[in-house]
Design a protein around this ligand. Structure first.
Ligand SMILES: *Cc1c(COP(=O)(O)O)cnc(C)c1O
Length: 386
């Protein structure tokens, strides 16, 4: 399998990054991050109160084009609360791709709801709206305006598409399916800051949506996440729930329900304020990296570089190789990693994990196929001025 073309790829990656070991994705910081974090420390307000959280939320909401953003400790917590305020209840089923990071399924489970896995399309690496429509028409039955799963008797309440590696899913078609079956749309936009569908930013389509700012994402707050929505009342409720549901008062400690201590610390928000200023540069550099890889990979048999779907502008968070059926994924992974080029397969599909193998699911042919054929290669954006 490994021929001079693969050796050429490895050589070019080392030259591009000037590193003996090239990681998959590293964060990039500059002057503003240092300045904001230092200023934050000097004020002493590093924890649960401070102006950087407000600043981060405002800048993020503006960038995404939604009315409100609520900053929280991580993307998983953001998803959990987004689903909760959007209306997911105990014992509800929530549709999601089996090809996702574990957090999507876990967030649903934390609400005592049940993940329900469906297939993806090779066009986007995300949910397949056509297949979903056909599946729901066979497995579901509309009763009093809610969709009942005929096999389990439970309500199918929501759909959580995930924009894999930053590539937006077919949102118009998915929204039509959600309307047809009265399902709530919640985007898992953890990977897609800076990605647009038909000119509109991801995380602005669902009723409530979630993002992550973990260390490996396109922008990081160290650890962090955000809930995004156009609905002021739901945003206020999300803020309330994620800040221990404390009733605002100068000195009294009164809480009106069981909330969560999910707020993003001010210190992390300060880092995030610096990072948000660089989103456009990061996206530009990642898109240039795609051109760089495409040039090399187009000369190698048996592989293609995954490109943004039609009608979208992707942030290309993680560069993705698709192997032909003739190629052995683990052989390629072993070779690249041995050569100091960090590469990894996609997450093990949710329906094959022991905790989730008994969850309801549809046909997952494409997930099974893609699982054996996807490899992510180094994707750190090299920006000139920091
Ligand atoms: C990163 C990620 C999350 C969760 O984010 P954390 O901040 O790590 O909790 C959720 N969903 C997807 C698809 C992700 O990639």
């Amino acid at each position: 399998m490994i021929n001079p073309e693969w050796e050429n790829l490895v050589k070019n990656i080392h030259n591009h990054y000037h590193q003996d070991f090239v990681p998959l994705h590293e964060p990039t910081f500059g002057e503003s991050e240092l300045n904001y974090v230092t200023a934050c420390i000097k004020t002493g307000w590093v924890s649960s109160v401070g102006s950087y959280v407000d600043g981060f939320e405002k800048a993020l909401a503006e960038m995404v084009g939604v009315k409100r953003a609520v900053a929280v400790v991580n993307g998983t917590a953001a998803l959990q609360i987004a689903l909760k305020v959007a209306g997911v209840k105990e014992n509800d089923e929530v549709i999601m791709p089996s090809l996702t990071f574990i957090a999507t399924a876990n967030a649903v489970t934390y609400l005592q709801a049940i993940p329900h896995f469906v297939d993806v399309t090779e066009r986007t690496l995300g949910l397949d709206p056509l297949k979903l429509d056909m599946y729901l028409s066979s497995v579901g039955s509309m009763q009093n305006d809610v969709l009942i799963n005929k096999e389990t008797g439970r309500v199918i309440r929501a759909v959580v598409p995930m924009h894999t590696f930053g590539h937006p899913v077919e949102l118009d078609e998915l929204i039509a399916v959600c309307e047809k079956y009265h399902l709530i749309l919640v985007e898992d936009a953890a990977e897609s800051l800076g990605s647009y569908y038909k000119g509109k930013h991801t995380a602005s389509f669902g009723k409530v949506n979630a993002m992550s700012f973990n260390g490996n994402k396109i922008v990081t707050t160290g650890g962090g996440g955000a809930i995004l929505t156009d609905d002021e009342a739901l945003a206020n409720y999300a803020k309330h729930l994620t800040t221990t549901a404390k009733v605002p008062h100068k000195w009294a400690y009164v809480h009106d329900e069981i909330g969560y201590n999910y707020r993003m610390p001010n210190l992390n928000a300060a880092l995030g304020c610096g990072q948000l200023e660089k989103v456009e540069k990061f996206v530009e550099a990642k898109r240039e990296l795609t051109v760089f890889y495409d040039d090399i990979l187009s000369k190698i048999n048996g592989v293609t570089l995954f490109k943004e779907p039609i009608h979208t502008k992707s942030n290309y968070w993680l560069q993705t190789i698709l192997l032909d059926d003739s190629m052995n994924r683990d052989e390629v992974l072993t070779y690249l990693n041995e050569q100091g080029v960090m590469s990894r397969p996609i997450w093990q599909p949710m329906h094959t994990l022991s905790m989730y193998e008994n969850c309801p699911k549809g046909d997952l042919t494409v997930v099974e196929s893609l699982n054996k054929r996807i490899i992510n290669i180094p994707s750190t954006p090299l920006i000139t001025s920091k």
